[in-house]
Design a protein around this ligand. Structure first.
Ligand SMILES: [Fe+2]
Length: 248
């Protein structure tokens, strides 16, 4: 079996980027088939979609009520007996439509690796430590202004098996539930200036740089608190020309 190197992947990314620029395309969502991201080929339907009865789907789908979500679930640093290792941070932002109108009472769920880049998951067995004080999952509801807010630990980058020496930039996965499960949207938030952006075929599967930039949080010193936590701000726009890229 031949080893696919970072050099091979970077060359393929470059070829696709050049084609994109030559064609003058406006592509603001991730490509479904993006060969450098090898499993992208398996991650979307390959047959014609069937319409489903939304009410029938809802019978077997998860649901939630406002009272199901405890405000403490938005703090990922207090779920266990001790304090997790790593940089404590607050991440907050607004969820709006394309006109800036808030999306209220929205269930926002996040999951992420710990500071060492390790997920609490049986398939993540790379040699970075688990943190007994950090599970890496939290949720909250947006308020009347469409604002969500989490306290967590800054995740580390981690290796994956897309190709030899493949590493993901640090990121937090976000899920927005909608008013029911069939509206659920999933995306990832990144951190400014990550040196791994250029090497990551998942980030690069969005070919438009302006759209990629919408996935990167901004460091906000006003949100940073003295001797406690750094602050990052990341807004999510669901529709219109400044729409946040989502995973299909
Ligand atoms: Fe991840």
């Amino acid at each position: 079996m031949t080893t696919v190197t970072q050099h091979d992947i970077s060359a393929e990314i470059k070829r696709i980027e050049d084609d994109y620029h030559r064609a003058g395309l406006e592509e603001t969502q991730p490509r479904l088939d993006y060969p450098p991201y090898r499993s992208s080929l398996l991650r979307h339907p390959t047959k014609v979609l069937h319409h489903a009865d939304p009410e029938a789907v809802e019978l077997g789908a998860p649901c939630f009520g406002e009272r199901d979500v405890d405000p403490l679930e938005s703090d990922l640093t207090i779920a266990h007996g001790g304090t997790p290792i790593g940089e404590r941070m607050v991440v907050t932002g607004r969820i709006t439509d394309g006109h800036g109108r808030p999306v209220r009472r929205q269930l926002v769920e996040i999951w992420q690796a710990n500071a060492g880049g390790r997920y609490t998951h049986k398939r993540d067995q790379h040699p970075a430590p688990l943190d007994p004080n950090f599970t890496g999952a939290g949720r909250c509801l947006t308020d009347d202004d469409g604002t969500y807010r989490f306290t967590t630990i800054k995740p580390g980058p981690y290796p994956w098996r897309n190709h030899h020496n493949a590493w993901r930039p640090a990121h937090i996965h976000f899920s927005l539930f909608g008013t029911d499960f069939t509206q659920r949207m999933i995306t990832q938030m990144y951190f400014p200036g990550d040196p791994l952006f250029a090497f990551d075929p998942i980030y690069q599967s969005i070919t438009d740089q302006k759209a990629r930039d919408r996935l990167v949080a901004a460091y906000d010193h006003d949100l940073t608190t003295h001797e406690w936590a750094t602050g990052y701000r990341w807004d999510i726009v669901l529709t219109g020309g400044r729409e946040t890229p989502m995973e299909s």
